[in-house]
Design a protein around this ligand. Structure first.
Ligand code: COA
Ligand code: AMP
Length: 643
């Protein structure tokens, strides 16, 4: 074939793929019932839904209102019944403890049924909440699926949060049981979980009936009255079968940072979630039965919920659970070792993890020691993927590197490159195109749609597709107020960005006080609340500034109360310690400056956006609404100075 001929062939093929994607996308918006009822066939229902969308309570929408199912049955039992019981479901690799294990689908089903029986013996039944505060161990997956089996609602809390954050979640979710472990293992230290749970529960008005503790050999816990040993409980438990629930019943609550100190309890329903995740696994990630899939994240985040636990098991793939870090456990080859050892077909992680590896091993020399021939794709999400990291990963790994964009609220990608359905050309810096059901609109302040190339607020026209949050736990009003009230008929993502002339979406950053530190979503508002409690602090602001490794890092600015007598160093240490104690080490809050005043508008609003822009090196002029331009002039040099 001539060069022109092969060019023509490639062009036509690209057009066909684009048309295939467009046809699916259009159908999902024009005929959502038809599209999603067809997608629902990938799930085994106890009662097959006859309708997809229920809009009778708009702007609150429900999916599959008359459907009934059980998610644990779909993730486990159905694969065993289909003769795949001996296939690996879960591979655990823990360099921090030097352990590893495998569970086949049958073994995982049995472990889940037994732990579900144990939870039932403690009084947990359909609709009850269970808080899971566990490190990256197989029992975290078992506990989540055991709740799903009983129709109970789990709420997993990330291990890097402090007791106060755990307490806020206990108070809101009001769990019957808290499941925890004696410890988690970080490279630099052993984190004892039981004292954290005790401290949290010493402050909450709600008390769970039981605390279940998984004893780990690294550091066993001395149990007190009311605390039950996981191993003892399961040794006498009767296995429990899957409980049929309504598709609209909650499967889990996952708390995420909002703009205030009070976390938002994102609710995930049962039916929509199963359907959307199964669709995404096949069509976005191109993964099905027999594939080995690895998401290097944490079960405490949405990425872990959707793509360590539920999605790979719903489609009968093998999922890898990794208790380690990209570097230092023991080296920058850890990811490549795991991928090679288990024949991983696709890896999903956060850009930060790749930046961490690149920093330690810039040439990618570690790759030479591992056979990655099984790896087909690297998926990255959780924060903006900078083009340098994109190029580094694609050049070293020689597989497509796929950026995709989503949020705790959405549960699965809003925008992605649908590798399974129709691989589209990759544009570094773009999350590619909206996925079915996501009617993405970029709006200006007045709500008018922005033309191609113009940045604005990224919104999604209602209804959101299956899998997205139907509401916030126990608080429809807060759901409507936080997400649906800024632009009528639209969900506000909180991100800004633009769509280019090819329809590719570029996500540029948050428009609110949410920051992203090493792929961890945090609220600067929550950090400000901690700083403001200090007796010497009159006013404060926390902003997220760009960081080469972690994407963003928080920086605090405090104004002292008149007459406050405290050495700046001491104040700084106290504030850093307070954020660590009240939010957790994961906040990575280490930098706080004492300043004369904060720049404000005439109505008294701190100009955080302007401060952020200056700190990131952009030449931001003072807005016309500024009260005293001098304050900003003085602050400019502080902001520009790296800590
Ligand atoms: N339990 C307890 N503490 C935890 C924790 C957990 N599960 N996870 C993190 N922490 C602690 C760390 O020990 C550290 O504490 P320290 O201040 O005492 O050192 C602090 O929180 C910050 O941790 P981390 O953000 O992990 O930074 P790091 O410098 O230890 O490691 C990276 C940097 C890039 C290696 C790491 O952030 C990483 O792997 N990021 C990928 C993130 C990810 O998967 N995100 C999920 C979204 S997809
Ligand atoms: P979380 O809810 O923790 O998943 O965080 C969601 C937020 O992370 C989004 O609102 C974005 O600000 C950011 N984010 C996630 N993925 C991407 C991406 N691919 N590109 C840019 N930002 C992203």
């Amino acid at each position: 074939m001539t060069g022109t001929g092969s060019g023509e062939f490639a062009r036509r093929e690209a057009e066909q793929l684009r048309a295939r994607y467009t046809a699916q996308y259009r159908r999902s918006l024009d005929d959502p019932d038809g599209f999603w009822l067809e997608a629902a066939r990938a799930v085994e229902w106890d009662r097959r839904p006859r309708a997809a969308l229920d809009d009778s309570d708009a702007p609150l929408y429900r999916w599959f209102p008359d459907g009934e199912l059980n998610t644990a049955h779909n993730a486990l039992d159905r694969h065993v019944a289909a003769g795949r019981g001996d296939t690996d479901a879960l591979i655990w690799d823990s360099p921090v403890t030097g352990s590893r294990s495998r569970h086949t689908y049958r073994e995982l089903r049995d472990a889940v049924a037994t732990f579900a029986g144990a939870l039932r013996s403690l009084g947990v039944s359909r609709g009850d909440r269970v808080i899971i505060y566990l490190p990256m161990v197989p029992e975290a997956v078992v506990a989540m699926l055991a709740c799903a089996r009983l129709g109970a609602v789990h709420s997993v809390v990330f291990g890097g949060f402090a007791p106060k954050e755990l307490a806020a979640r206990v108070e809101d979710a009001r769990p019957t049981v808290v499941v925890t472990a004696s410890c988690g293992v970080e490279p630099s230290r052993v984190v004892e979980y039981v004292p954290i749970v005790r401290e949290a529960l010493s402050t909450t008005s709600h008390q769970p009936d039981h605390v279940v503790v998984l004893q780990r050999e690294t550091a066993r816990a001395e149990l007190r009255g009311g605390e039950r040993d996981w191993a003892e409980l399961v040794s006498t438990a009767e296995p429990a079968g899957p409980v049929t629930v309504a598709a609209t019943d909650p499967l889990y609550i996952l708390y995420t940072s909002g703009t205030t100190g009070r976390p938002k309890g994102v609710v995930r329903d049962t039916g929509g979630h199963a359907v959307a995740l199964a669709w995404s696994m096949a069509n976005v990630y191109g993964i099905g039965p027999g594939d080995v899939w690895w998401t290097a994240s944490d079960v405490g985040w949405v990425v872990g919920h959707s793509y360590i636990v539920y999605a790979p098991l719903l489609v009968g793939a093998t999922t890898v659970l990794f208790e380690g870090k990209p570097v230092g456990t023991p080296d920058a080859g850890a990811f490549w070792r795991v991928a090679a050892e288990y024949g991983v077909n696709a890896l999903f992680t956060a850009p930060t993890a790749i930046r961490a590896i690149k920093r330690v091993d810039p040439e990618g020399a570690e790759l030479a020691h591992h056979d990655l021939s099984g790896l087909r794709t690297l998926f990255l999400a959780g924060e903006r993927l900078d083009p340098q990291t994109h190029h580094w990963a694609s050049e070293r790994l020689r597989v497509p590197v796929i950026d995709h964009w989503w949020q705790t609220e959405t549960g699965w990608p809003i925008a992605a490159n649908p590798r399974g359905l129709a691989p589209l050309p990759v544009k570094p810096g773009s999350a590619t195109v909206p996925m079915p059901g996501w009617d993405v609109r970029v709006l200006d302040q007045s709500g008018a749609e922005q033309p191609a190339g113009q940045e604005g607020a990224i919104t999604v026209r209602l209804p959101l597709p299956p899998g997205a949050l139907p509401t916030l736990w126990g608080d429809d009003d807060r759901f409507v107020e936080s997400y649906l009230s800024r632009y009528e008929g639209h969900y506000l993502t909180g991100d800004s960005g633009y769509v280019d002339s090819d329809g590719y979406l570029f996500v540029m950053g948050r428009t609110d006080d949410v920051i992203n530190v090493a792929g961890h979503r945090l609220s600067t508002g929550a950090m400000e609340a901690v700083l403001a409690e200090h007796p010497a602090v009159a006013e404060c602001a926390v902003i997220g500034v760009r960081d080469e490794l972690k994407g963003q890092l928080p920086r605090g600015f405090v104004v002292l109360k008149a007459g406050a007598e405290i050495a700046e160093d001491r104040l700084r240490d106290e504030l850093v310690a307070a954020v660590r104690a009240q939010i957790g080490p994961v906040a990575a809050f280490r930098d706080v400056a004492v300043v004369e005043a904060l720049p404000k508008t005439r109505s008294g609003k701190v100009l955080r956006k302007t401060m952020r822009a200056i700190a990131d090196g952009r030449d931001e002029p003072a807005p016309s609404t500024i009260e005293d331009p001098e304050v900003l002039t003085t602050l400019r040099s502080v902001l520009r100075t790296a800590p």
